[in-house]
Design a protein around this ligand. Structure first.
Ligand code: NAP
Length: 280
């Protein structure tokens, strides 16, 4: 079967002009502030990319870099200061935080209206009830990509692998709101492969290289690979065995170049949405 490559880079590029038009219509530039604690190399790269993209979209962007041994109170004081700063429309605290920091406490310290990552419990609750919310960027990006390729989800059997607050759980909510019938698998699921084999749509977010193999995928399924795994040889692979699976499915995302660029694009959209809402 021929397959449709769901291209995240092209989709993100296609969304950019509409975003810039929204920015141009604002009385002042959106302000995105990123906070990073410690020296994690992958996080440093993500933060740099987010800052560059924000500037390219006409935002005011700045980054606070704090040492790895920053106390919880210092980080929370910075969040309070950013919450009170009218020029800051979006606050993003790069995850993961060092182990001594209570991440949940930090995330819930961010004002929900500035929570452009969509991780605050208020935004999770709004999403769960189908109300307007700042939605986590990765699952939102998946939905935007599926929409761009006009893949109707109504009535599909969807299986989401993973139940994190960042990806799996909000992903399941969004798919259910798009009228798919959703099963969520996690580390305690008995025989996830049996669930996957029934799926018309698979979203893999487990963080295990090549976890989903061809024998687990139904002919004609849509496969979205959220996973980003670095192998010992330095290469990046997803949670899906792309080469093995691609000939079986109707549509599939590559890694890299699939969900990743959409995540950043949705961070930009969330920042503009937050700015528009804050400016009434
Ligand atoms: P996470 O917090 O570690 O969650 C992983 C989930 O997978 C958990 O719910 C876990 O179940 C489940 N799981 C683990 N082993 C499993 C198994 N054998 N069978 C079924 N489920 C299993 O990870 P995350 O933050 O959601 O991220 C997942 C992946 O997506 C990672 O590779 C991450 O790097 C990537 N990611 C990519 C982007 C992007 O922009 N492309 C953004 C965010 C994350 P339990 O809940 O039972 O532990």
């Amino acid at each position: 079967m021929s397959f449709l490559l769901l291209d995240g880079r092209a989709t993100a590029r296609a969304l950019a002009p509409a975003l810039r038009a929204r920015v141009a219509a604002l009385p002042r530039k959106p302000g995105l502030t990123v906070v990073i604690v410690g020296e994690d190399p992958a996080s440093q790269v993500y933060v740099k990319t987010k800052g560059r993209r924000a500037t390219a979209n006409g935002f005011r962007s700045d980054t606070h870099r704090l040492p790895a041994d920053t106390p919880q109170a210092t980080l929370e004081a910075l969040i309070d200061q950013l919450n009170a700063d009218d020029g800051v429309d979006g606050i993003l605290v790069q995850m993961p935080l060092p182990r001594h920091i209570d991440s949940a406490a930090v995330l819930s310290r961010i004002l929900p209206e500035k929570d452009v990552d969509g991780f605050h419990v208020i935004n999770s609750g709004l999403l769960a009830q189908g109300c307007p919310a700042l939605v986590p960027c990765t699952p939102l990006g998946v939905m935007r990509m599926l929409a761009r390729y006009e893949l109707d989800l109504t009535g599909l059997e969807a299986v989401v692998l993973g139940r994190s607050n960042i990806v799996g759980r909000p992903m399941a909510m969004l798919l259910e709101q798009a009228n798919a019938t959703v099963t969520v698998c996690h580390s305690r699921t008995r025989n996830a492969a049996d669930h996957l084999r029934r799926a018309d749509l698979i979203v893999a977010a487990v963080g295990r290289p090549h976890f989903v193999t061809a024998d687990m995928v139904k002919e004609g399924a849509i496969v979205v690979d959220v996973g980003i795994n670095r192998l010992d040889d330095g290469s990046l692979v997803g949670d899906v065995d792309f080469e093995g699976v691609k000939d079986k499915c109707r549509a599939i995302t590559p890694v890299p170049g699939g969900v990743g660029p959409m995540t950043i694009a949705m961070l930009m959209e969330n920042t503009v949405t937050a700015t528009e809402r804050r400016q009434g």
